[in-house]
Design a binder for this molecule. Structure first.
Ligand SMILES: [Zn+2]
Length: 201
């Protein structure tokens, strides 16, 4: 007895070679169904692979488009948002807990949320600095710096090169802070500017 065949042709050959008595004993439908199922599975695999490639290509194109739409300052592409969260204090806002107007943008997020660096650059500060708490400063060149304050953890060291999107710190509430948030500052030639001119618009 033949248990299985690989193709319909093979199945047909087997069927044509058996005697009418044997035919009755065999459940030929099962043989045929088996073969058809096998082809179906293979077709499905190919289609799945095709879909996977297609969705990967689409994702890449989408990411490229997103990147294209990201802002630039003096030729420095701000390619990543450091975190997603809720904006709790805008640039320039006055508050009882601050002596001067707000020099950055506050984005509240869960304690420990990874913070991505917006663009490639070199770490110029990664230490505790008074009201800023644990602050990481990145020099992106062309007079552009970004600051990430109140962090709970810092994963980088001064002098280290970082790539856009790299995780440099974790959201915390160190320094002058009432809850876990990121204080993001953008500085152009040493002067703080409204981060929302570029990000979190
Ligand atoms: Zn702030």
């Amino acid at each position: 007895m033949i248990d299985s065949v690989d193709t319909l042709e093979e199945a047909e050959e087997v069927i044509s070679n058996i005697t009418p008595e044997e035919k009755e004993q065999l459940d030929l439908n099962i043989v045929e169904k088996y073969t058809q199922n096998k082809e179906e599975i293979e077709t499905k695999d190919i289609e799945l692979a095709k879909n996977e490639i297609q969705s990967k290509v689409e994702k890449k194109l989408e990411e490229e488009k997103k990147l294209e739409n990201m802002p630039e300052i003096n030729g420095v592409k701000l390619a990543y948002l450091p975190i997603t969260g809720t904006i709790t204090s805008r640039y320039g806002a006055s508050s009882k807990i601050r002596r001067s107007n707000h020099t950055g943008l506050d984005i509240a997020a869960t304690l420990g949320t990874p913070i991505k660096v917006v663009s490639s650059g070199i770490v110029t500060c990664a230490s505790y600095q008074g009201s800023y708490g644990n602050i990481v400063k990145i020099d992106h060149g062309n007079g552009i710096e970004t600051w990430y304050a109140h962090t709970s953890k810092m994963y980088v060291e001064v002098g280290q090169e970082v790539k856009a999107g790299e995780i440099i710190a974790a959201v915390g509430t160190t320094g002058n802070s009432t809850g876990p948030h990121l204080h993001l500052e953008i500085r152009i030639n040493g002067e703080h500017v409204n981060p929302q001119n570029y990000l979190y618009q």
